[in-house]
Design a protein around this ligand. Structure first.
Ligand code: FES
Length: 588
């Protein structure tokens, strides 16, 4: 047998552990130092467990325990587990916004996969940005990989009412501001909603990304909906560990799974689930790493033939725990199978059609039929027009039907601070027919495109019973939020997009059916305003560090907000003899 053929069968990790020289001595010693015998790892596929556990990311705080179950699966399948931490991005604590650090986390994941002595990797994620960041890094490194999310929280329960995080926190916040509940009522809701491990349990960004990962084929069937507190998630973790070993032996890489057809499936589940607007940005970014360009128009094209069949908040009625009992994402995929590319390969080694062949639905009100859906078309619409030449998005499934076609007067806020200072001013000239506009919250202006698009309604209108108005910004919005809210306006105001030119009193037209967002101002007047527009600094005000790099390389929403230099992939070689670098060693 030729030497090169022999080498093809030797795992990449053996480059670290296989040689009987000083390098091999030190690499093996690094494991023996932790109490592993050589029999535990010699010649075995090494499976990295990239863990985004953190006490500062409450949605991922149980992943440390879950990793132990992944290890059981890896060892049972004849592999050796090597757990390592990644940075972790929590929605609640991280400033200025977790989105600001999504690409940083993706770089961390990619470089750890690239740099560590592993043959495959299990990606442990949960909270909103952690799942796309993991997938982006894994797609660029292209080593065999499987995602395991932490699962959703159990339903909240407050005074006998089932509550979903954080849709109902926002709903009751409006009621508090309107004076309909007391501060003490609101305070007592805090622990009643967030009562168990896992991520938000409405069809917010984390749940949407879980469903997308399962549909893409990058997690095991059933992976999205099992609650974080359910023992079956531990079993799923064990199975994910076993599967990772299997992926290595079969040589199945993300690039075999993340195909154009698979991304069409992912867009379909996003639309059918009435999922988060954030997922549009994340999908474009993940696809970009896989070498696939996802155009915003593709979302509208697929939307026309994808009904909303998942009846979950914020657009519907139920919560993720209900979806789990109804059969999970598999039940959804089964009901919409006629719309899917079923021959896409998945981490099971089978195609999507095989994975869902035996799926059943146990509650037809949670997962509706294609023939009597919640809405005949997908829950999201991409808008374009003179106010958003490069696109904007509205989650119309969670909006007010009477505002779907509306022309109104703009009430403009220059940024979130301006909004905070004036929104509750009793003298603010505003009616329910006006359109609230906020600038300065895009990828650069935010910075990090904060989830600030859910603009609060003026207190005086809340007191009059108003619960929704059209709101427009270049910000994002939490997937758990609701209302007639236009987001991701591009180009953003900070780089001189038309949004920067809007003034209070201008008229704006929103027409969701026509997919239109127009600023009704004379072009000559707009040019005059543009001539007087201050040009923002290209570094976003950062003089050094990550912020400076971020500002110089971040792309706009329709490009996925990835860094321009991260798009695409540089696959890690999986076998000795094919390595493009020396793993190196240190003698201390
Ligand atoms: Fe983590 Fe909602 S705060 S998913």
């Amino acid at each position: 047998m030729a030497k090169s053929q022999t080498h093809e069968k030797i795992l990449r990790s053996q480059e670290w552990f296989g040689s009987r020289d000083l390098e091999g001595f030190l690499h093996r010693a690094g494991l023996k130092n932790q109490g592993w015998s050589e029999e535990s790892f010699a010649g075995k596929p090494v499976i990295g467990i990239a863990n985004s556990w953190s006490e500062a990311t409450h949605c991922n705080s149980h992943l440390r325990g879950l990793a132990e179950h992944v290890k059981r699966g890896v060892i049972a399948a004849g592999g050796f587990p090597l757990e390592f931490p990644t940075i972790s991005l929590g929605e609640f604590f991280l400033s200025p916004t977790s989105m600001f650090c999504r690409n940083l986390m993706s770089m961390d994941v990619e470089e750890m996969i690239r740099g560590l002595p592993i043959d495959g990797v299990v990606l442990l994620s949960g909270c909103d940005k952690t799942t796309p960041a993991m997938l982006m890094g894994a797609a660029s490194a292209d080593l065999p990989a499987i995602v395991l999310t932490g699962g959703p929280q159990l339903k909240g329960n407050w005074k006998g009412e089932e509550l979903g995080s954080c849709t109902d926190c926002r709903r009751y916040w409006s009621e508090l501001r309107a004076g309909n509940i007391t501060q003490s009522d609101y305070d007592s809701m805090e622990s009643a909603i967030y009562r168990s491990p896992g991520h938000c349990m409405v069809m917010g960004t984390a749940s949407t990304m879980g469903a997308i990962v399962e549909t893409l084929g990058m997690s095991l069937p059933g992976g999205a909906a099992v609650p974080g507190a359910d023992s079956r998630r531990k079993i799923l973790a064990e199975e994910s560990g076993r599967t990772a070993v299997d992926l290595v032996s079969k040589g199945i890489r993300p690039s075999s799974i993340l195909t154009t057809d698979a991304f069409d499936n992912a867009i379909r589940i996003l639309l059918a689930a009435g999922g988060s607007t954030n997922a549009i940005i994340h999908l474009i970014a993940i696809a970009g790493r896989a070498g696939i360009t996802l155009d915003l128009d593709r979302f509208n094209a697929l939307s026309e033939s994808t009904p909303v069949i998942v009846n979950l908040k914020p657009g519907g009625k139920y919560l993720m725990e209900d979806l789990f009992y109804a059969g999970g994402v598999e039940a959804v995929l089964k009901k919409m199978s006629g719309l899917l590319n079923l021959d896409c390969l998945t981490v099971t080694g089978q195609n999507l059609g095989d994975n869902i062949a035996d799926a059943e639905c146990h509650n037809d009100d949670v997962v509706l039929s294609i023939k009597s859906p919640l809405a005949p078309e997908g829950g999201l619409t991409i808008l374009k027009g003179s106010l958003a030449p490069d696109g904007a998005v509205i989650k119309h499934i969670a909006a007010s039907p009477e505002l779907m076609k509306h022309t109104g007067r703009a009430i403009v806020f220059e940024n979130s601070i301006d909004l905070k200072q004036r929104i509750d001013d009793p003298d603010l000239d505003v009616t329910k027919d006006d359109i609230l506009v906020m600038k300065g919250a895009g990828p650069i202006g935010g910075p990090g495109m904060p989830e600030a698009g859910f603009l609060p309604l003026p207190k005086k209108l809340l007191a009059q019973g108003v619960r929704d108005m059209i709101r427009i910004s270049d910000a994002r919005m939490s997937g758990t939020a609701f209302g007639t809210i236009v987001l991701h306006v591009s180009p953003e105001s900070a780089i001189g997009g038309p949004l920067a030119l809007v003034q209070s009193g201008d008229m704006i037209t929103l027409d969701v059916e026509a997919k239109l967002l127009d600023l009704l101002v004379d072009p000559g007047e707009l040019q005059r305003r543009r001539d007087n527009l201050a040009v923002p600094p290209v570094d976003g005000g950062f003089s050094r560090g990550y912020g400076k790099m971020y500002s110089q390389h971040i792309t706009q929403a329709q490009q996925g907000c990835d860094f321009d230099f991260l798009i695409g992939k540089t696959p890690v070689e999986t076998h000795v003899g094919a390595l493009t670098h020396d793993p190196g060693f240190h003698t201390g």
